[in-house]
Design a protein around this ligand. Structure first.
Ligand code: BGC
Length: 492
């Protein structure tokens, strides 16, 4: 994707000429804290490769490496009508997907529902009732006149879940700021099914999937070079196809060693034991004040939910504690509110095209009631660049680790999520880091593809969920019952 799309405006040169010495020193300190150089990227990647293997072992490690029971890539010839439900971090989406008889083609209708903020820390029943209401509404508005027999549903549940079967998933822990009692440690499928049954909606859950697995499969439907699916959004994670023979923790299943199995890595948990990631004091506060301290160490340095918070913590520190006292004499109460800035705020700062950073100045004025001086604006811009660049470079370590583990010299990686799609320069910064980690020679011409390209994915939680449901129905029909808990739901 790098280099495609509308031509970018010429980039801002910026000048630090009027930045006083003490502020310059702070900028330098921040540069040291947030810069991850090539040697560190390589060290992180090497550790990452070991941790991927550890997650697949019987003893396990901090990366869960969850087998998903999605056991093949699509061919492009899958067909049928499916429902898909996506419970991501921000919205709830219901889709009906028709995989048509044209190779790799699909039609989709969808409705989006905002996830009320209070649901995320509320009560489990309210969550399942809300989800079932949205599904019922969708069916009633799209199938008011038809008597439905049974609809097969792919449920994208984008949290770490242990799956002994594809129609089963025990939530390991909430991530992305969710904190709903009574779900962790339980199989979410019966809870979901009970809420649906109450409403008499003719839906059968065929596959519980992760957004990354959906992204992998949806992307591979239209591009056979796709080998890894990634999400860089509110949370971050990846999935890829492993061979069962390389998954010691599945040895008891006696599956043929060359059988494919999609693995939901849950790489957000990489380095929870803090061995290699260059955490700053600000990352430590983000973790400590989160609902699940000690979890998702990698995700907390990369994902959209946290980028604005890291930025905010630095600015408050520079106001309160450092000699520079930025925003001196001003009321920074609005800036003191945790999670008041999301990653789209950072995007806007990085997108400000003006030499005097007037758009950034307006943002601070309008959103936070803070008047920033020009030198302070220069610091703000540099800080946003540092945080955004670090996120992109660390992300590349995960991609490189999977590629190295699988010995993929060339492939495509399908990526989705708000940070990947909207954060300025994220793709290009990630591509630069991949090149450094994998020691690719310089390109002969700028149009040449990189050996491993991270590209915008197809819709994983819609089309991907439908495809995984279709692939599962197909294999059950063929008699492959591995990882199927309720075969009766797959008939008819
Ligand atoms: C979740 C993953 C998910 C990722 C992206 C993480 O917080 O644990 O399951 O794939 O966010 O949505």
């Amino acid at each position: 994707m790098v280099g495609l799309g509308p031509r970018k405006p010429p980039s801002r040169k910026g000048s630090m000429a009027d930045v006083p010495k003490d502020l310059m020193q702070e900028i330098k300190r921040l540069e040291e804290l947030f810069t991850v150089d090539k040697a560190k990227l390589k060290q992180i990647t090497d550790h990452f490769i070991n941790e991927l293997a550890k997650g697949l072992s019987v003893e396990g490690g901090s990366i869960p490496m969850n087998p998903t029971w999605c056991m093949s890539f699509p061919t492009g010839d899958e067909q049928g009508t499916f429902l898909a439900l996506d419970m991501g971090g921000t919205n709830l989406r219901v889709c009906e997907i028709i995989l048509t008889d044209q190779k790799s083609e699909f039609d989709i209708i969808q409705s989006k529902y905002r996830m009320p903020e209070e649901l995320k820390t509320g009560d489990a029943d309210e969550l399942w009732e809300y989800i079932a209401d949205c599904l019922q509404q969708f069916i009633e508005s799209h199938h008011a006149d038809t008597k439905l027999e049974k609809l097969h549903l792919g449920f994208t549940f984008s949290y770490p879940a242990t799956q002994d079967y594809i129609d089963h998933g025990v939530l390991q822990r909430w991530t992305k700021g969710f904190d709903i009692d009574g779900v962790e440690g339980h199989n979410v499928v019966p809870m979901f099914e009970a809420a649906i049954a109450k409403r008499g909606v003719p839906i059968k859950l065929t596959a519980l999937i992760n957004d990354t697995t959906g992204t992998l499969i949806a992307s591979a439907y239209t591009d056979t070079k796709m080998k890894i699916g990634c999400i860089f959004g509110t949370g971050c994670n990846a999935a890829y196809m492993e061979n069962c023979g390389s998954i010691p923790k599945l040895a008891h299943m006696n599956l043929p060693p060359d059988t494919p199995m999609a693995i939901n890595c849950e790489w957000g948990a990489f380095d929870n034991e803090h061995k290699v990631l260059p955490r700053t004091p600000y990352d430590i506060i983000v973790d400590k004040d989160s609902p699940r301290p000690g979890q998702q160490a990698f995700e907390k340095m990369i994902a959209g939910l946290y980028l604005g918070e890291i930025f905010r913590l630095v600015l408050v520190d520079l106001h309160d504690n450092k000699d520079v006292h930025i925003f001196e004499g001003q009321n920074i109460d609005k800036l003191r509110k945790a999670y008041t800035l999301d990653s789209s705020f950072l995007s806007l700062v990085e997108e400000d095209p003006f030499e005097n950073l007037s758009e950034t100045g307006d943002l601070f004025q309008n959103k936070l009631g803070i008047t920033a001086t020009h030198p302070e604006l220069e610091l703000i811009r540099r800080l946003a660049e540092l945080i955004g660049t670090r996120a992109a470079r660390l992300s590349a370590c995960g991609v490189a680790a999977i590629a190295k583990k699988k010995n993929y010299k060339t492939c495509h990686v399908g990526a989705d999520g708000s940070v990947f799609n909207k954060y300025p320069h994220f793709k290009q910064r990630g591509a630069v880091a991949l090149r450094e980690i994998l020691d690719w020679p310089a390109k002969k011409n700028p149009k040449e593809e990189d050996p491993i390209e991270i590209l915008a994915a197809e819709d994983g939680s819609g089309v991907g969920a439908a495809l995984i449901a279709a692939l599962t129905l197909k294999r059950v029909k063929e008699g492959n019952m591995a990882g199927i808990l309720h075969p009766e739901n797959f008939r008819g």
